[in-house]
Design a protein around this ligand. Structure first.
Ligand code: TMP
Ligand code: ASP
Length: 264
């Protein structure tokens, strides 16, 4: 049983879900365990509980560690941003926040495509293409990767996605539009929090035939640099052994609690 708080700005009726007695949510069997999250069934097959873990991996699971408190930070930050995006017209999988580190979500079928949006050159873009580290891009770059750990999540293009059946042309068009819109919506909020949204990764799922935003938005999946000092406040601190990892995650959440205002 979880202590629960229904999200402001999400009406269950609007979401096409029956009225929920949130006190009634009980976790059933574990459906799936990923590197950063576990998914559990509920009594309603259309709803799952996500439990965010403190486990951290990098370089396709080669580097392993623990970031204390990360699960709770990533869960709260994702819930804050999903609520804000939902209120701004982006459909997401969030239904409600449960106890810290847990959220109730719509049971989507995840599309096996990771969508990366870049505003500033760094990371694999600089490594692969020699783009000058820290260069502000004249327009965002959208990249797609095939979500497959065994293959190391390789970079793919639109033709791979449609020809290999990971998404239809129409779904891909929706994904592209939504990812760029998410970028437009997140950038001002991050700036208000004193953060540059350098790049980030999104995942989408199908729910009742519709494409909706799923997974998480957190310092695990975004690069966030302090606007004044340039300090990295994201998972690169873990990837590159920069220290103060937990502090960076806490700092981002603290700033976003102030910066994100969800209008009803
Ligand atoms: P990259 O520069 O390493 O390709 O990363 C681009 C963005 O995607 C960055 O914000 C981190 C995020 N990301 C993930 O969320 N998961 C991953 O497995 C990888 C490689 C990157
Ligand atoms: N999440 C990925 C992994 O472990 C990589 C990363 O975030 O750097 O393997």
């Amino acid at each position: 049983m979880s202590e629960v708080k229904q999200e402001k700005g999400t009406s269950l009726k609007d979401l096409g879900l029956k009225e929920l007695d949130l006190q009634d949510i009980e976790m059933g069997d574990m459906l799936y365990e990923g590197k950063a999250k576990k998914m559990f069934r509920t009594k309603d097959e259309k709803q799952l509980v996500v439990v965010y873990k403190d486990d951290a991996t990098a370089f396709n699971g080669e580097k392993k560690g623990t970031i204390m408190g990360k699960g709770q930070v990533n869960c709260e930050m994702s819930a804050l941003l999903f609520r804000y995006l939902e209120a701004s017209g982006i459909p997401t999988h969030l239904i409600a926040s449960l106890t810290p580190g847990q959220m109730l979500v719509k049971a989507v079928t995840i599309l096996p495509v990771e969508v990366i949006v870049r505003n500033i050159a760094t990371g694999s873009l600089s490594k692969r293409l020699g783009a000058e580290e820290g260069k502000v891009l004249p327009h965002p770059i959208l990249e797609f990767c095939y979500k497959n750990d065994a293959l190391g999540d390789p970079l793919v293009n639109d033709d791979h996605i449609t020809a290999l059946g990971w998404a239809t042309k129409e779904q891909l068009a929706v994904i592209r539009t939504m990812a760029l819109r998410v970028n437009e919506l997140l950038q001002p909020v991050m700036l208000k929090a004193g953060l540059r949204l350098v790049d980030f990764k999104l995942e989408f799922g199908l729910y009742g035939g519709e494409v909706i935003l799923a997974d998480e938005i957190s310092p695990d999946t975004c690069r966030l640099w302090d606007t004044t000092t340039g300090k990295k406040l994201d998972k690169d601190r873990f990837r590159q052994d920069l220290g103060q990892v937990e502090e960076a995650y806490e700092e981002v959440l603290k700033r976003l609690r102030q910066a994100v205002v969800v209008e009803r």
